[in-house]
Design a protein around this ligand. Structure first.
Ligand code: ADP
Ligand code: MG
Length: 340
């Protein structure tokens, strides 16, 4: 059964319990975008302006999704077909350069050139299936970020590779929406694109935003909270898109070394960074790395912190990197703290 990311969002609960300043009000708008629910909340004193900007943000998200998609009639689709293209669109070119950098940073555990494999599994089509092992082996030869050559505006795909920016596009889109909101003078807002969040400023300008961390064993519940300001927080989980065949759970995060969903006991990875594009790609990468290597990687990488959940329903293990601490409250939930 495919579990839609949108449902998860319902449970990324923000605890909004402060007394309102009469003029500084909270406005929220949600819309289906990027294959998930995009929800933006802004504090403002200017109702007319905030409504206009919220509408424009939703449009911006759809335009960017069309640009970065590897399924629609986009620049990426054209590049995948022609294998060599001059890219004049700066937003696409910037994301390609950044995605290649993030692929290298993660030693290929995030791989922007994994399309030939992700397409076989079909998670983004909504109708995933278990591919034939021989086909996986064959298509695996046509993957790998080192085959993506970027020279100024010219992008070349060698050895038959094709691009899938699905593991990074949401992070970039919410980043560009945040830039748009700031350009329009907003400071206190939160953008939630299917579990990829940017928190800016403060709740009502008085305290940090409190973000809930979903329980990967029961996505209707949450494990705990973390208070954040001016950060991105992104979660990738094996409960988001998956199907079960012959008792095996196949999820949408693929190990680029094998071409199969990663099997390393990780159930969810939450990444905190000031850069949402990096956070998105690294949530996928750390998921593939696994608990031990993932924590080591976060501890030696600048502006990257992680909370990794392994184990099983009755025996959860929560691991976290150096800037994070955790304490269990008397209600049985975890209170995570992040220190810059
Ligand atoms: P979501 O937020 O929808 O759960 P993620 O950010 O975790 O998505 O990225 C998953 C998507 O990224 C997959 O649907 C696939 O398109 C692509 N993907 C899966 N594994 C990898 C990988 N190892 N490297 C790069 N992209 C990947
Ligand atoms: Mg991701």
């Amino acid at each position: 059964m495919i579990k839609k990311t949108a449902f998860v969002l319902l449970f990324i609960t923000l605890i909004l319990n402060c007394k309102a300043d009469d003029n500084y009000k909270k406005y929220t708008q949600s819309s289906f975008s990027m294959g998930t629910l995009l929800e933006i909340t802004i504090f403002s004193t200017d109702e007319a302006k905030v409504k206009k900007i919220l509408d424009e943000s939703m449009k911006l998200s759809n335009q960017l999704e069309d640009k970065f998609s590897c399924h629609k009639d986009s620049i990426i689709t054209k590049l995948n077909k022609e294998k060599s293209l001059i890219i004049n669109d700066n937003e696409v070119l910037d994301l390609l350069i950044k995605s290649k950098y993030l692929s290298k940073l993660s030693k290929g555990n995030f791989d922007l050139a994994l399309f030939n494999i992700t397409e076989l599994w079909g998670f983004s089509s909504g109708d995933p299936k278990l591919p034939d092992n021989n086909i996986i082996k064959n298509e695996l030869k046509k993957t790998g970020y080192t085959n993506v050559i970027i020279n100024k505006k010219e992008v070349k795909l060698l050895n038959g590779v094709s691009l899938d920016l699905g593991g990074v596009a949401k992070g970039r889109i919410i980043n560009l929406i945040a830039v748009f909101l700031k350009q329009n003078g907003f400071k206190d807002f939160i953008i939630n694109g299917g579990g990829d969040l940017i928190v800016s400023g403060k709740f009502q300008n008085i305290r940090p935003w409190r973000i809930a961390i979903v329980d990967p064993f029961d996505k209707n519940d949450f494990l705990g909270f973390i208070a954040l300001t001016d950060k991105s927080i992104v979660t990738s989980g094996d409960y988001e898109r998956s199907f079960i065949k012959d008792g095996v759970n196949y999820h949408h995060i693929i190990d680029p070394k094998t071409g199969y969903p990663s099997t390393n006991e990780v159930h969810s990875v939450t990444v905190i960074s000031s850069d949402s594009t990096k956070a998105d790609a690294m949530a996928t990468a750390v998921f593939v790395m696994g608990e031990k290597k993932g924590i080591e990687f976060a501890n030696k990488t600048d502006d990257l912190d992680v909370i990794i959940i392994t184990g099983d329903k009755d025996n959860k293990k929560i691991s976290y990197s150096n800037k994070i601490t955790a304490k269990k409250t008397d209600k049985g939930k975890w209170e995570f703290t992040y220190r810059d």
